[in-house]
Design a protein around this ligand. Structure first.
Ligand code: NAD
Length: 381
């Protein structure tokens, strides 16, 4: 069978779903690899590097789709792309089925099997295919680099002949995958890092990454926002008030705020309010990784860098992984390659779409003309 990779067409998207290295691994699974011309260019992979890795380069998306049994990409497909698919084909990409019901219906009508990389169950066995985590890790790292690029001072404290420099103080709100990556990056650059999460179980992880966990003076279980599966639940109004009170207290001291707080199925909670921004020092930086879901900061505008009246820089870029396209393409294509390994039990270049397999079942959102989203809960932990 043939695996084909399309060029991404979305604005600000520089990633590609296959690298020359991952193409070689796919060939070892028995597949022939095809790529649309220029698909890897923005990530630093030329057509020639693909050719040297045994990949056939084709001129158009139409030719790519016609030639391929499995089509891989990064972003959810455009409607016109699904239109060209058919019953004998499998599409693998981010898909966000909850937000893309029209695309889901279209894929069902075409009879295409769709594997959504954002639906890979978050269980230990599937970590190698967990593209949400591999991309969140990059976003957390890049958020700190972006903050450093906008912040006018060092992260680390220094005593130099020219004077004493205090370390920057960084607050990370939300300590999931992106938040923990941001904490690790900020502490490794020498900042004093604080972090807050509504889930109390992450305190140990925060501390192990070198940050101080911000505890609240709250009557019951300290932090109270754990829901099932490691995700957060909405906070009670009393808890939220305590949280905002604590952030107001911290705001004048903090140089850089990185917010990553998300609650499944909801808009991002507003946690860094306009009055907190007003309390910050000029030149402070806020990086809002929740911008795509409405932002954690009142002032965030998606995909914009704005400066508040008191000189605080607020960044709401939604394309952090794409800003490190070589790295993110490498990790994403590894996630895809692992998915293909599980879909190819005999390593003979033939897809076996085993709906009894929890991971494959969980990620499959359309199969043989049916919508298979949402999946049943996974059996394996
Ligand atoms: P996410 O992107 O859904 O949310 C980011 C963080 O924001 C979470 O830690 C959440 O608790 C926090 N948050 C929500 N509301 C908040 C508020 N009001 N104030 C402060 N923080 C708030 O999270 P994620 O990165 O996708 O990770 C979710 C969970 O999944 C974590 O427990 C993570 O360890 C787990 N996980 C498990 C696996 C695996 O086992 N394979 C893989 C990846 C992630």
């Amino acid at each position: 069978m043939k695996i084909g990779v399309l060029k991404e067409r979305a604005d600000r998207e520089a990633r590609v779903a296959m690298t020359p290295d991952s193409a070689q691994a796919l060939q070892k699974l028995g597949y022939d690899c095809v790529i649309e011309t220029g698909a890897g260019k923005l990530a630093g992979f030329s057509d020639d590097t693909y050719r040297a890795a045994g990949v056939t380069v084709v001129d158009t998306a139409d030719a790519l789709i016609a030639a391929s049994d499995v089509i891989a990409k990064v972003r959810p497909p455009e409607s016109a792309e699904i239109d060209k698919l058919g019953p004998a084909k499998t599409l693998i990409s981010f898909f966000y089925p909850a937000q893309n019901s029209a695309l889901l219906e279209q894929a069902k009508a075409k009879g295409t099997n769709v594997i959504a990389m954002d639906m890979v169950p978050r269980i230990s066995r599937a970590q190698k295919m967990d593209a949400l985590s591999s991309m969140a890790n990059i976003a957390g790292y890049r958020a700190v680099i972006e903050a450093g690029n906008n912040f006018g001072r060092f992260f680390t404290g220094q005593v130099t002949a020219a004077g004493k420099v205090p370390p920057a103080k960084v607050l990370v709100i939300g300590a999931g995958v992106a938040g923990l990556a941001a904490i690790g990056t900020a502490t490794s650059l020498g900042a004093i890092t604080y972090a807050f999460d509504v889930r109390p179980e992450v305190a140990e992880q925060i501390e192990s990454m070198g940050a101080q966990f911000v505890f609240l003076d709250f009557k019951e279980n300290q932090q109270d926002g754990a829901a099932t599966g490691g995700y957060a639940a909405p906070s009670s109004p009393e808890f939220r008030e305590k949280q905002l009170e604590k952030f107001r207290e911290l705001a004048p001291e903090i140089d850089i705020v990185i917010t990553t707080a998300l609650i499944p199925g909801r808009d991002a909670p507003k946690l860094w309010t306009a009055d907190m921004v007003a309390l910050m020092k000029p030149g402070s930086v806020i990086i809002d990784l929740a911008a795509e879901r409405g932002g954690n900061c009142d002032l965030t505008v998606a995909d914009q860098r704005i400066v508040s009246d008191n000189g605080v820089i607020v960044i709401g870029y939604t394309d952090f992984p794409s800003r490190m396209a070589a790295q993110s393409s490498t990790l994403y294509s590894t996630n895809i390659r692992h998915m293909m390994t599980d879909l190819t039990p005999a390593k003979d270049g033939i897809v076996v779409h085993n709906m009894e397999d929890d991971v494959i079942r969980g990620a499959t959102v359309t199969f043989e003309g049916e919508i298979t989203y949402p999946p049943p809960p996974p059996k394996i932990k």
